[in-house]
Design a protein around this ligand. Structure first.
Ligand SMILES: *[C@@H]1O[C@H](CO)[C@@H](O)[C@H](O)[C@H]1NC(C)=O
Ligand SMILES: *[C@@H]1O[C@H](CO)[C@@H](O)[C@H](O)[C@H]1NC(C)=O
Ligand SMILES: *[C@@H]1O[C@H](CO)[C@@H](O)[C@H](O)[C@H]1NC(C)=O
Ligand SMILES: *[C@@H]1O[C@H](CO)[C@@H](O)[C@H](O)[C@H]1NC(C)=O
Ligand SMILES: *[C@@H]1O[C@H](CO)[C@@H](O)[C@H](O)[C@H]1NC(C)=O
Ligand SMILES: *[C@@H]1O[C@H](CO)[C@@H](O)[C@H](O)[C@H]1NC(C)=O
Ligand SMILES: *[C@@H]1O[C@H](CO)[C@@H](O)[C@H](O)[C@H]1NC(C)=O
Ligand SMILES: *[C@@H]1O[C@H](CO)[C@@H](O)[C@H](O)[C@H]1NC(C)=O
Ligand SMILES: *[C@@H]1O[C@H](CO)[C@@H](O)[C@H](O)[C@H]1NC(C)=O
Ligand SMILES: *[C@@H]1O[C@H](CO)[C@@H](O)[C@H](O)[C@H]1NC(C)=O
Ligand SMILES: *[C@@H]1O[C@H](CO)[C@@H](O)[C@H](O)[C@H]1NC(C)=O
Ligand SMILES: *[C@@H]1O[C@H](CO)[C@@H](O)[C@H](O)[C@H]1NC(C)=O
Length: 365
């Protein structure tokens, strides 16, 4: 089980400088509206061709006499709004501010260019209907690759900078900016209309608290914040994310109690990783009884109390259970025999009293 799926894309650029046109047609139903046309004209003026990060020439992809909806890389809706713009792998540099006047955009691909700028200055929240945003391998400082299914993080450029918080507020379903360890950022307050399903920012320099409003992400299935610099309490609202399957908060600086996860709140939670934080308190009795829980890792925290029959494990499906490096006072080992699928039980490095009627026991310490 890995929560991290890094994917690398290589440059694979075509040599053409001029974007090719599909045959011109006069389908009035599909004609570019004036405001869309002027935004594209402005974009054309602002971009330049920079194959080696140095100015080479102006780009030449726009013929003002052509219906812009018929340009290659541009798709319009029936009314004439640009809904898709693909400028990938063109060695473009310069400003793309005017793209943000194309409010109806649903898909934007700027991958594989030489933008030597941060994304901080751009107003992504102006796209209310954007579903696909591909910025991979575009040499943004603080590479921000975001997309609907999964995203990529790339080297060539040094990954650093501040992640624009607005991106989290888009109507986007998946954000994966994992493994950009110089990338800084914070999480925003999430509103109830947020459609995020997958949020992976593991091994970045993200910091701050996890907002209580994380509980508004009702579609969230995967939250992976592993290996960042988050601190403070884990908000209790997280225990009400009914679609949540994977929750990885390990290797941060979270403190306080583990929220009271229970079967009605997180019926689908299968992987819960909270290891290496500063969590304290005892384990809530409903935790082992979560109906979908397969893997639980609470090791390297400051948990205390007893592990005994109070923990309702009779219906547990847990297969791997890591509890080591904590401060539990006693553990009734027979309790684990109730968990019928249990394959791995790690109780390393705990000084505690163990009660069991098992006479021969191999026990890691
Ligand atoms: C982009 O620049 C690279 C490196 O100079 C070059 O290999 C590639 O052919 C260029 N691609 C385009 C579309 O100009
Ligand atoms: C880009 O750099 C490569 C290798 O350094 C060189 O061969 C090529 O001519 C350069 N292209 C431009 C347009 O300067
Ligand atoms: C990138 O931009 C910075 C300033 O923003 C500039 O100093 C640097 O020379 C640029 N790098 C390239 C390769 O153009
Ligand atoms: C966004 O999508 C909705 C529903 O399809 C549509 O009614 C609305 O006009 C769209 N907004 C923009 C700015 O395209
Ligand atoms: C981003 O766009 C590039 C170029 O079109 C493509 O190769 C890549 O697969 C896209 N990435 C995602 C995550 O869709
Ligand atoms: C990238 O970062 C490394 C280490 O921080 C630095 O040594 C190197 O000069 C940087 N490269 C560029 C092109 O900025
Ligand atoms: C991470 O962010 C902190 C500030 O929050 C900064 O001091 C530190 O230099 C950053 N580390 C890296 C590797 O960028
Ligand atoms: C989502 O809700 C926030 C705050 O309630 C609001 O500002 C924003 O416009 C809404 N976004 C959409 C796409 O409806
Ligand atoms: C969780 O949801 C239940 C029922 O919808 C609600 O009563 C409870 O207050 C919620 N808890 C949190 C911490 O949001
Ligand atoms: C982690 O939190 C503890 C208090 O819970 C604090 O003493 C420590 O400085 C924090 N460490 C980091 C790296 O923020
Ligand atoms: C233990 O959990 C099962 C279902 O998972 C439930 O039926 C039973 O009432 C629970 N027992 C206690 C003591 O909470
Ligand atoms: C072990 O102890 C439990 C109660 O703690 C008891 O239910 C069980 O029958 C015992 N098993 C054996 C083999 O004695």
């Amino acid at each position: 089980m890995s929560l991290i799926f890094p994917t690398l894309f290589l440059f694979s650029c075509s040599v053409s400088l001029v974007l090719s046109f599909s045959p011109t047609h006069t389908d009035l139903q599909n004609q570019c509206l004036d405001d869309q046309k002027s935004a594209l004209l402005q974009l054309h003026r602002d971009l330049y061709y920079a194959p080696n990060f140095t100015f080479s020439s102006k780009v030449e992809f726009w013929d003002p006499n052509t219906d812009c909806c018929s340009l290659k890389g541009i798709t319009c809706d029936a009314v004439g709004h640009v809904i898709e713009l693909d400028l990938s792998y063109k060695n473009l540099s310069g400003s793309f501010h005017s793209i943000f006047n194309l409010h109806h955009l649903q898909r934007l691909n700027l991958a594989g260019n030489n933008f030597n700028t941060t994304l901080f200055q751009y107003e992504f929240d102006r796209f209310s209907n954007l579903t696909h945003l591909n910025l991979s391998n575009s040499c943004f400082l603080g590479q921000i690759p975001v997309g609907i299914s999964y995203l990529t993080s790339l080297v060539n450029c040094n990954l650093s900078g501040h992640f624009p918080i607005e991106v989290f507020l888009l109507q986007i379903q998946s954000i994966d900016i994992s493994e950009n360890d110089n990338l800084e950022g914070q999480l925003p307050e999430f509103s109830l209309n947020n459609t995020l399903r997958v949020l992976k920012i593991s091994f970045t320099n993200f910091s701050g608290k996890l907002p209580e409003s994380i509980g508004n992400l009702k579609f969230l299935t995967t939250l992976d914040l592993h290996g960042c610099k988050f601190f403070g309490q884990i908000p209790s609202s997280i225990a009400n994310l009914t679609n949540l399957v994977e929750l990885g908060l390990s290797y941060n600086n979270f403190s306080g109690f583990i929220p009271a996860f229970h079967r009605s709140g997180v019926p689908n939670l299968a992987y819960l990783f909270l290891w290496s934080n500063h969590l304290s308190g005892s384990i809530h009795s409903s935790l082992f009884a979560l109906p979908s829980l397969q893997a639980l890792d609470l090791s390297e925290n400051e948990l205390f109390g007893e592990i005994d029959e109070c923990l309702n494990a009779s219906s547990s499906l847990i297969e791997t259970l890591y509890l080591g490096y904590n401060s539990f006072s006693s553990i009734k080992l027979d309790m684990f025999s109730q968990i019928k699928n249990l394959r791995v039980l790690d109780l390393s490095n705990m000084s505690l009293s163990i009660e069991s009627n098992i006479t021969s026991l191999l026990f890691p310490n």
